[in-house]
Design a protein around this ligand. Structure first.
Ligand SMILES: *Cc1c(COP(=O)(O)O)cnc(C)c1O
Length: 470
């Protein structure tokens, strides 16, 4: 059918006014207002018209009203909303990365209305915006300057634009392809007004004459944290690059990405580079994400010497990249949790989940398995506890394999079904969606990130599935 014919009214399709009079739409209008219901109905009737033109029977007014209601409810559904992340990837970029502590949520609520964002309550006049988190960062890392921005990509953009605009930036060849999208850093460097030059080989860290020549004409060297380091390997790699860079009077910028704020070995986890280690080994500037191993909101944190940070603070781009009051409040709450290293693990979900003992996860599995099987039994789903491996995710390299336990959901033989897709889809449609991972004809629910306090809520969700599988 051509566009003109589609635009012409079809006598078989009811008018918007007529369907709007359906009692079924009354409560939808009361809840969401007439305007959006009419918009939904326009879409629904247009689609009905195309279907009728293609030969399917005309639907009655009631059916169209129900479709419109469903559409409005989908549009008006709150999001992003809570889910159970049982994928086994603790810092899942698609699932909001680090889960924040209660203290951060309370801080967000406290700053949501009028607040002293840029107001000095003692002096009674204008105050500094970021001083609280910057002071905390200085105290926690030993850096004498700190600045916070929208995310780590913004941190890189700002560092490169401040110190390397119109100049070359050097990176070791082995480091570029491993970053979450190698293009990402190359593109950001270009938009910062700088050029990325790769030197060396993946294996070698010492620079030859050729590389020294390139370095001599650049403004900065970026060192991206990649691969599995122990602390000696990491500080040696940074110190080695810093020596070459400083011989030529250049700056060295260490992009830690998922870097941990403190030494994770305190919690029985493998070593991950920290800003303190980078700065101590000779980096001039370091940046890291707020919402990865640090355990806070999306943010980029830049640390370094006071005079370098002051130059960044004078860059007009900072105004476009700075944090809003809600995230400043949340980041402050998370950083305060680090003040006492002996309690930080209990206070921050990320550290708690990553260092959760395998026995604790296995105990959860044992406790939950019979209840989950009961909740899903009428659909013919079998539930087994199986050993599996979780990962930190988001480029935390050392923590790639963490022993864990999953509930393995698969169709029982009697159903003669194999594809676990419908099980996964059903669990995604719950009030608090449950997200697992599909592996070998089963849905695995890795229990690392399901803490005992949430067991009841989780089981209540699964009970909603009764008789809902299609
Ligand atoms: C995660 C990551 C980034 C991106 O950080 P965002 O905060 O998402 O911008 C950049 N570099 C490294 C090394 C990372 O791990």
């Amino acid at each position: 059918m051509n566009a003109e014919a589609l635009a012409a009214p079809d006598p078989r399709i009811p008018s918007i006014e007529r369907v709007m009079a359906c009692p079924a739409l009354e409560s939808t209008c009361r809840r969401h207002g007439r305007t959006i219901v009419v918009q939904a109905l326009r879409e629904v009737t247009a689609e009905a018209k195309a279907r009728v033109a293609a030969g399917t029977p005309v639907q009655d007014d009631e059916a169209l009203a129900v479709q419109a209601t469903r559409r409005v409810e989908q549009w008006m559904r709150q999001g992003p909303r809570r889910v159970f992340n049982l994928t086994g990837t603790v810092l899942h970029t698609n699932l909001g990365r680090a889960p924040m502590p209660e203290a951060a949520m309370a801080a967000i609520a406290g700053a949501a209305g009028a607040c002293d964002l840029e107001f000095d309550l003692v002096a009674g006049n204008r105050g500094e915006r970021d001083w609280r988190v910057e002071q905390l960062l200085q105290r926690l890392t030993g850096a004498d300057g700190a600045v916070v921005v929208n995310n780590n990509a913004a941190a890189a953009l700002l560092v490169l634009n401040t110190f390397a605009m119109g100049k070359d930036v050097v990176i070791s060849r082995g480091e570029l392809p491993e970053i979450g999208g190698s293009l990402h850093l190359a593109n950001i460097t270009r938009r910062a007004g700088a050029r990325l030059r790769e030197v060396g080989t993946a294996k070698r860290t010492h620079m030859g004459e050729y590389e020294e020549n390139i370095v001599a004409h650049a403004a900065m060297l970026i060192k991206v944290s990649t691969g599995n380091y122990d602390i000696r390997g990491f500080t040696a790699a940074v110190a080695d690059a810093a020596a070459a860079v400083h011989r030529h009077g250049l700056l060295m910028y260490s992009e830690l990405g998922s870097g941990a704020l403190i030494d994770l070995r305190l919690f029985g986890l493998p070593y991950e580079p920290t800003p303190e280690d980078s700065l101590g080994a000779g980096a001039d500037l370091v940046s890291l994400c707020g919402d990865k191993l640090l355990g806070g909101p999306q943010a980029g944190i830049i640390l370094g010497r006071r005079e370098l940070i002051a130059r960044i603070q004078r860059n007009p781009l900072l105004r476009a990249l700075r944090l809003d009051k809600l995230r400043l409040a949340a980041l402050g709450a998370v950083l305060r949790a680090y003040a006492d290293p002996s309690t930080v693990r209990d206070k921050l979900p990320v550290l708690r989940l990553l260092s959760r003992p395998a026995e604790s996860i296995a105990a959860s599995a044992e406790e939950l398995r019979p209840a989950v099987e009961r909740a899903l039994a009428s659909q013919g789903v079998n539930v087994e506890a199986v050993a599996c491996e979780s990962q930190a995710g988001s480029g935390a390299h050392a923590l790639t394999r963490l022993p864990s336990t999953a509930l393995r959901l698969a169709w029982s033989a009697a159903t003669r079904k194999i594809n676990p897709g419908p099980i996964a889809r059903q669990l995604r449609s719950l009030d608090v969606p449950v997200i697992g991972r599909i592996e070998k004809n089963a849905l695995l629910l890795d229990l690392r990130c399901l803490e005992p306090v949430d067991h009841d809520l989780f089981l209540a969700q699964l009970r909603q599935t009764r008789n809902q599988f299609r």
